[in-house]
Design a protein around this ligand. Structure first.
Ligand code: ZN
Length: 363
């Protein structure tokens, strides 16, 4: 208790009446930016970001996505410009989604070796081999009904969809993808894809599994972006119920047992408890997907002047790291990279009086 007396006895050279009870002064370490930087527990850096790209068939296309201001569908020939911009910003990883010219019931565009994603991967590897290319593996962008696999009696048939996913993953690996990321939520897909990759001569291609992907309303704008909205029904027969967290841990455990190298939890903000629980349980890298609806909400409120967009974005991304995410798939990647670079140059020049949320040089 003597310690407490001393703690409350004086502060900033001002003698105080000891009328207040003993308490600990947490504010001491928040007083200046230098002190806050010293004790900061979590940091955000451009290395944390993976940028999603929507690749569409055709040429000279850069089609803005209305519900995702700042994001566009681009054609393969536009990739070099895009990659140069990302490289200049320090963003070194992309996640590709394909929008094929034609769709059919069998999703044949998904595994076409000359399809939009294999062509995009080859273009990226020609232009900038060091950019890490992750490809989304699912059928919903390629089916005319918009569902994530082969339909039988109006529902996605799990086991008939597996070979389709495996074939898709192999076509991406063959084109040079660094990582394949199955997002379909079929049971057994990781084991099936692993086996197919190994058999096709790609035993070193990692699988990044969307292990815990919830049936979320936050995907709305993405379906416009990827033109993948289901023609009828929804995805609740395979994506997870938002009410469940223990089930997510089981999903992750199964995917790891089947051979997933690391995992994604999706969406991010409304599921940070899932991230924290997974971080506590598993030792593999965990990524979050800061999805289209999360992006659209922030953008809309920012445009209306209802929030400080920059601070909300950086605070949200930081919260994902704090919850346990190692890396973040985010549409905010470019602007966040710019803002972080600005913060750093402010810190270097000593003009760090404004409230900063991040610092790379923390202990
Ligand atoms: Zn899908």
């Amino acid at each position: 208790m003597r310690e407490h007396v001393e703690l409350t006895g004086r502060g900033n050279g001002v003698e105080r009446e000891s009328a207040v009870p003993p308490f600990r002064r947490m504010r001491r370490l928040r007083r200046t930016e230098a002190l806050r930087r010293l004790v900061r527990e979590t940091s955000l850096s451009v290395d944390d970001f993976i940028y999603p790209l929507f690749i569409t068939d055709g040429a000279s296309i850069r089609a803005p996505i209305a519900s995702m201001p700042g994001q566009s569908q681009i054609s393969v020939d536009q990739l070099p410009v895009e990659l140069d911009e990302l490289r200049a910003l320090g963003i070194r990883a992309v996640l590709l989604f394909g929008i094929p010219a034609t769709k059919d019931a069998a999703a044949s565009g998904a595994y076409d070796p000359a399809g939009v994603i294999p062509r995009a991967v080859r273009q990226i590897k020609r232009h900038d081999p060091d950019t890490l290319v992750i490809t989304d593996v699912c059928a919903c962008e390629y089916t005319d009904h918009g569902h994530c696999g082969v339909l039988v009696d109006g529902d996605v048939d799990n086991d008939r969809t597996l070979p389709l996913l495996a074939r898709t993953a192999v076509s991406h690996a063959a084109a040079g993808a660094d990582i394949v990321a199955p997002s379909d939520m079929m049971d057994g897909r990781v084991a099936t894809i692993r086996q197919a990759l190994d058999a096709a001569g790609y035993p070193t291609t990692p699988i990044l599994s969307y292990a815990a992907k919830y049936a979320s309303a936050y995907y709305g704008p993405f379906r416009e972006a990827a033109e993948s909205a289901p023609a009828f029904g929804d995805r609740r027969s395979h994506q997870m119920d938002p009410a469940n967290v223990r089930e997510a841990l089981t999903e992750i455990s199964i995917d790891l047992d089947e051979g997933a190298d690391f995992i994604i939890i999706k969406p991010a903000l409304a599921y940070l408890d899932v991230v924290a629980a997974a971080r506590a349980r598993f030792d593999v890298p965990i990524l979050v997907y800061n999805v289209s609806g999360e992006y659209a909400m922030v953008k809309a409120a920012g445009q209306l002047g209802w929030i400080d967009e920059r601070r909300v974005v950086l605070e949200s991304l930081l919260a994902m790291k704090r919850a346990g995410a190692g890396r973040i798939i985010t549409y905010h990647a470019k602007e966040a990279a710019r803002w972080l670079a600005e913060e750093q140059s402010l810190a270097r020049t000593g003009h760090h009086t404004r409230d900063s949320l991040m610092a790379r040089s923390n202990p």
